[in-house]
Design a protein around this ligand. Structure first.
Ligand code: NAI
Length: 776
């Protein structure tokens, strides 16, 4: 197992008391939940039914683990070692070791109830038992259960895939001890990185109740109004209701599951429930698709399929046959703030469709709201995190306006639910959500330390590109706020000013932000590409010098610096992270040095710092091994797929920390900065490096030449490889001991030689215009 220090794990197992977990049922959900615990460093027993072959009694559970390895449920393959596969016939006694037992077997009441009897016979008193059922109410699951079992039993409803989907719906009742519920919630948030929504014990809880209704309305209204599948999906995307659109989402879920999911929900709901207004199960199109085996992605054919020539085909709703896809141009839809309102106000087919779907879904959410949740915020959080809507139904209602929704409902002969009839906005300016009785508001937000600092007033320093905020306790936060937090000369200016001001303003520095996608996606490429196009080579070199000087000053600053890294941490963003004393990384970290993809090598100290780290890790006695590894990582240009992977790639070190919940990263970084301060922080000693010289360069390049000869690398890749090998080995001279600045000068020379080449300029221009790398 790799050695990334799990600061929050140590803290938070203490808070949740969850050290060991058992999951029963190793299908896509059970094995996925087990994998997510393992990602957090928790030991898990995963049990399924016993295999039929005597030699493979654990076969079904092992298959579940293998499936997660294949579908990237594990953040690093090593994490799978924390999962012990077993079966319910031979290993039920293992449940006595578990602090939390999660049932994720087939959705059958009889099977689940029978299993609970067996669990209760072996589990430790006070251990949490929960079910991942998607539709069966808690009351039904527990009909004949003992009071002690009832007291410890919850529903914890995860979404698929468990690693990626941030929502967990929890159903607890007054039968449960508050302490047990708090432990389960703390574990979901801190160990698994999830956001918990409290639900009432009703069929489908919140997200599936509203989400299944929305899918049915989306599909049936598209048919009624004569839209094509492409039009309907594009209209949903324009409303910010997820990227797949509604037909694309059902392809992902599986059209064959319609009778099961919608059927089970429909049977559990009262016959007067508006859910029955849109009958997806009885729809002739769905019935014929199931009959023809058009189940969606798993059958490689559903509403969409790939033709033999890899072009996309779409089912024609009028004929039921496939035809070529006719993509709808995004320009057919309004963009920017107010786009939902603009779209539903349009008197054309797309506008009428969007208005009808939205009005129906918002009306349903308002109708069932009080039955399923305590405030509108819970429903919006469930839909954004469980169904990937950009904005929840009630926030959309505020945007579109209730009058507009009421007008559409009246056109359809529908009553306006009471919650929609009142005047107050569902969310006030501070984001507080209206209670279901419309009488009070509660805060849905749990602001990060940075959000709190920003709400308090003005930054300590700042310009259009970056600001420095006071996080309290002597800690400041350097926040980049350019597009995707790219690092421009203006960012470097404020960074240098911050380091100079240092002790006068703060005692420790966190670098981070609350932008959902990126710590920093890299250097401002358009700036470099523009200077290169105008042949302003001195200006390019000045940008290189400014970045190198600022980052080196950061590394040797007299105060501790902790990078709160998350999401895209690429190129210059990764180099910034590499110069911090410590990193607190979100578990889903995509960090790397992909400069080769734009025809360059890292030029802000990335090559130098990776070499410093590798030489320390491997030991200076083997500079060849260190340089080869640094070469492979940089030339490979593959960003990490997680913090554990970044650690395996040498981008994180022991002493750095991993945090599972995205919103906890800045807070944990502040805590680590304070810990460094309290330990009596001293700036690091200057590093020196041993460069291995020309023999190693030839050795590295012979491998590159072989890959070029085999057609894996282009001529320009060879040029980049040569430039990088020169930086990491010192090139022509004999083996040398150099300081960081001298190696950084080699980086600069390499970048300057590459940036002048037309192939590099073509790569930069291509990625800027298409977002994709050019292979030239
Ligand atoms: P699945 O069918 O992929 O896996 C169920 C597993 O349970 C199978 O490996 C089966 O061998 C095992 N099993 C059956 N009876 C057992 C028993 N008595 N003891 C031990 N293992 C047993 O099902 P999936 O999709 O993983 O769903 C599991 C649960 O999670 C269900 O309650 C489902 O409603 C719920 N759920 C499913 C979601 C999904 O998207 N698939 C999403 C959220 C919840």
């Amino acid at each position: 197992m790799n050695t990334l220090f799990r600061l929050p794990h140590a803290q938070q197992t203490a808070a949740s008391g969850i050290d060991r977990v058992a999951v029963i049922g190793a299908g896509s959900m059970g094995a996925g939940i087990a994998a997510q615990f393992a990602n957090a460093g928790v030991v898990v027993d995963l049990l399924d039914i016993a295999g039929s072959e005597a030699s493979r009694r654990n076969g079904p559970a092992e298959t579940g683990v293998a499936g997660q390895l294949k579908s990237n449920g594990f953040m690093h393959p090593d994490a799978a070692r924390l999962v012990r596969a077993g079966n319910v016939e031979d290993h039920l006694d293992r449940l006595s070791e578990a602090d939390w037992i999660i049932e994720a077997v087939v959705e059958r009441l009889d099977v689940k109830r029978e299993l609970y009897r067996k669990i209760d016979a072996v589990r430790r008193p006070g251990s949490i038992v929960s079910s991942n059922t998607s539709t069966i109410p808690r009351a039904a699951l527990l009909e004949d259960a003992e009071p002690t079992f009832r007291a410890d039993f919850l529903i914890t409803h995860f979404f698929n895939p468990p690693r990626m989907m941030r929502l967990v719906e929890i159903v607890a009742t007054p039968e449960n001890a508050p302490d047990l519920v708090l432990r389960a919630k703390a574990a979901c948030e801190n160990l698994l990185g999830k956001t918990v929504v409290d639900c009432r014990d009703t069929p489908g809880f919140i997200a599936n109740r509203i989400g299944c209704y929305w899918i049915a309305v989306g599909i049936l209204e598209a048919k009624r109004l004569g839209l094509t599948i492409e039009e309907a999906d594009a209209a949903m995307v324009a409303l910010g209701i997820p990227k797949t659109g509604v037909f694309g989402l059902l392809d992902l879920i599986g059209v064959d599951l319609v009778p099961h999911i919608w059927g089970s929900l429909g049977r559990a709901l009262d016959r007067h429930d508006d859910f029955h207004r849109f009958d997806l199960i009885g729809d002739p199109l769905i019935l014929s698709m199931i009959e023809r085996g058009l189940f969606g992605r798993k059958a490689k054919a559903g509403f969409y399929r790939l033709a033999a020539d890899k072009s996309r085909e779409v089912l024609d709703l009028a004929t039921g046959e496939y035809r070529r896809e006719r993509p709808v141009s995004p320009s057919a839809f309004p963009v920017g703030a107010g786009r939902a309102r603009a779209l539903v106000s349009r008197d054309d087919r797309l506008g009428r469709y969007a208005a009808s779907v939205l009005a129906n879904v918002i009306a349903y959410a308002a109708q069932v709201g009080a039955e399923v949740a305590s405030d509108v915020g819970a429903i919006d959080v469930a839909m954004t995190l469980g169904y990937a809507w950009k904005t929840g139904p009630f926030a959309l209602a505020d945007e579109v306006g209730r009058k507009r929704i009421a007008a559409t409902l009246s056109e359809h002969g529908r009553q306006v639910p009471q919650l929609l009839a009142q005047d107050a906005a569902f969310f006030d300016a501070a984001g507080n959500a209206l209670s279901m009785d419309g009488m009070s508001r509660s805060s849905t937000a749990n602001p990060t330390p940075l959000a709190r600092a920003k709400a308090m007033g003005a930054p300590l320093l700042g310009n259009d590109a970056a600001s420095v905020w006071d996080l309290g306790d002597g800690v400041a936060c350097f926040e980049i706020h350019t597009k995707m937090n790219s690092i421009s000369p203006a960012v470097l200016e404020i960074l240098s000013e911050t380091i100079r001001a240092g002790g006068a303003l703060f005692q420790a520095l966190v670098i981070g932000n609350d932008e959902p996608r990126a710590f920093s996606a890299g250097a401002d490429l358009s700036c470099i590409a523009g200077l290169a196009r105008d042949r302003k080579w001195d200006a390019v070199e000045s940008v290189l010098v400014a970045g190198q000087e600022a980052f080196l000053a950061l590394k040797y600053a007299p105060f501790p610096v902790v990078a709160a890294a998350h999401g895209l941490t690429l190129g210059g963003g990764c180099e910034l992270m590499l110069h911090a004393d410590r990193v607190v990384a979100h578990a889903e970290l995509n960090a790397g040095l992909p400069e080769a993809k734009v025809g360059m090598v890292p030029g802000w100290g990335g090559c130098t710092q990776l070499l410093v780290r590798e030489q320390r890790r491997i030991g200076c006695h083997d500079p060849r091994a260190a340089a080869k590894r640094a070469f492979d990582i940089i030339f490979g240009a593959q960003p990490s797929t997680s913090a554990l992977d970044a650690s395996a790639k040498g981008l994180l070190r022991p002493g750095d920390a991993m945090v599972m919940h995205r919103d906890h990263v800045t807070g944990a970084a502040k805590a680590l900065a304070l810990a460094l301060l309290n330990e009596g922080y001293r700036a690091p000693e200057p590093a020196s490096l041993v460069l291995a010289g020309p023999d190693l360069k030839s050795e590295i390049l012979s491998g590159v030449r072989d890959r070029h000869a085999a057609g894996y690398l282009t001529d320009h890749d060879m040029v980049i490889g040569e430039a990088l090998a020169t930086v990491l080995t010192g090139g022509a001279g004999p083996a040398l001991r150099l300081g960081e600045r001298e190696v950084m000068a080699l980086e600069r020379q390499a970048v300057m030689s590459l940036v002048k080449r037309p192939e590099t300029q073509d790569r930069m221009a291509h990625i800027l215009s298409t977002g994709k790398p050019l292979r030239n």
